[in-house]
Design a protein around this ligand. Structure first.
Ligand code: SDX
Length: 383
């Protein structure tokens, strides 16, 4: 039975499925994970607790959280095949391309999907959430020509990631800020990469292969790749005093300013506010202040100039401030989008687990605009 409905470019405004994992309230700039605001989770929770909450649909009690944390720590080591795929990748490859291949390699040994066994699927997801962080750190160290750092089970997920990335135990304040950044990026209803994960998983493809598809979607500069582009923009502006003129030129030439705009938010992205608050705290403790100062002027000028136009619905999004925060933690721009995946893998997995409860393969209708009735012309009679 065909249920054809209206056509909307980029599926704008199309309700593709129901979910209780998260909701983006675009008009009011609010984001909730299963009913709890991200501001409250950012203040009171941890990434491990939020990942459990997202996957299981309930906040863990202390015993459940201890078990989940232990399971994540026990899953941090990568399968040999995944390590081999990472080592085989050319150092010039973008880490997101290597990450997609690495997570696909988890699929070499992953059990076939059994939609009836949700507990098993959640354990598979927990393992992928844990191993994706190890993979991102290993890919970064190989690119920099450094020895991989083995996971440290004494550390939390956020602390251990920074430890495997930088080879030293992070200071508590920066590790907490990074943990909050992971909470903020965990889920965002039907963004492009989550939708990609759902489409692939709706065919009952393996979890790892659905997550791999999501990584491909996230790598694009219009989506997760924007955080890296924002820092490229700041570096190309060169100094805070050049920022105002740069924005005027960008708007005059209708260039897309990275870190601004959103399909759903029509006001400030609530995650940007929390990230900016943490960034301002960290900047105060560091010598390097120009990047923040440049972004602050771009931010304020964009908002001021756009408010005078019909595009006053374009506001900063989550990608505008995140990179400057990571840079002050010693993280290179090329690793910013993989870090987005370190967080979002919990959201992708939660959506897949939820969808498998009442699965129906995603297969939308198409609006055909090609010729209706053509005849085959033999090649000797073609021009
Ligand atoms: C993320 O979907 C999610 O939830 C994503 C995300 C998540 O958590 O998963 O929130 C994470 O991907 C955040 C977005 C990161 N991307 C960027 O910062 C890249 C720059 N932003 C744009 O490319 C754009 O705003 C999008 C992709 C985010 C949204 O694209 P839409 O909804 O298709 O909007 P559009 O491209 O149709 O733009 C509408 C108008 C256009 O002007 P006109 O052609 O009508 O004259 O607004 C303009 C655009 O040119 N516009 C911008 C702009 N974004 C839109 N103009 C200048 N700078 C921008 N950034």
């Amino acid at each position: 039975m065909s249920e054809e409905h209206g056509f909307s470019k980029g599926l704008a405004g199309v309700v593709a499925d129901a979910t209780s994992v998260s909701q983006v309230q675009g008009e009011v700039g609010r984001l909730i994970y299963r009913g709890i605001s991200i501001e409250e989770l950012a203040e009171k929770s941890t990434y491990e607790e939020c990942a459990f909450f997202s996957l299981y649909g309930k906040m863990p009690n202390q015993n459940e959280l201890n078990k989940f944390t232990t399971e994540m720590k026990a899953s941090r080591v990568l399968p040999k095949a995944v390590e081999a795929v990472i080592s085989a990748a050319p150092r010039s490859a973008h880490p997101m391309a290597i990450l997609q291949a690495a997570i696909s390699a988890i699929g070499f040994e992953e059990h076939p999907v059994n939609l009836k066994n949700e507990e098993m699927n959640i354990h598979s997801a927990t393992k992928i959430i844990s191993q994706l962080a190890t993979a991102v750190a290993r890919i970064s160290r190989e690119r920099r020509g450094l020895e991989p750092v083995a996971p440290n089970t004494d550390l939390s997920h956020a602390e251990n990631f920074l430890y495997m990335l930088n080879g030293e135990i992070p200071n508590k304040d920066e590790a907490r800020m990074f943990d909050v950044a992971l909470i903020l990026h965990l889920d965002h209803d039907f963004n492009a990469s989550t939708f990609a994960a759902r489409v692939v998983a709706s065919t009952e493809a393996k979890l790892s292969l659905s997550i791999s598809a999501a990584i491909g979607a996230l790598s694009g500069p219009l989506h997760g790749g924007a955080n890296e582009k924002v820092l490229e923009m700041a570096d190309s502006i060169g100094a805070p005093q050049n920022a105002k003129a740069w924005v005027a030129n960008a708007l005059a030439t209708k260039a897309k300013v990275m870190g601004f705009g959103h399909r759903v938010y029509r006001t400030m992205d609530p995650r940007a506010k929390v990230l900016r608050g943490m960034l301002e705290k960290l900047v105060a403790t560091k010598k390097e202040k120009d990047t923040y100062e440049t972004l602050r002027i771009v931010h304020d000028t964009m908002i001021e100039e756009l408010s005078k136009t019909s595009k006053d619905y374009i506001w900063p999004n989550v990608d505008f401030w995140s990179g400057a925060l990571y840079r002050l933690m010693g993280i290179e721009s090329i690793d910013f989008t993989p870090i987005f995946a370190v967080s979002r893998v919990a959201g992708w997995s939660s959506h897949i687990i939820e969808m498998w409860r009442d699965n129906r393969i995603y297969r939308p209708a198409a609006k055909y605009i090609g010729p209706a009735d053509e005849k085959y012309v033999d090649i000797k009679n073609r021009k």
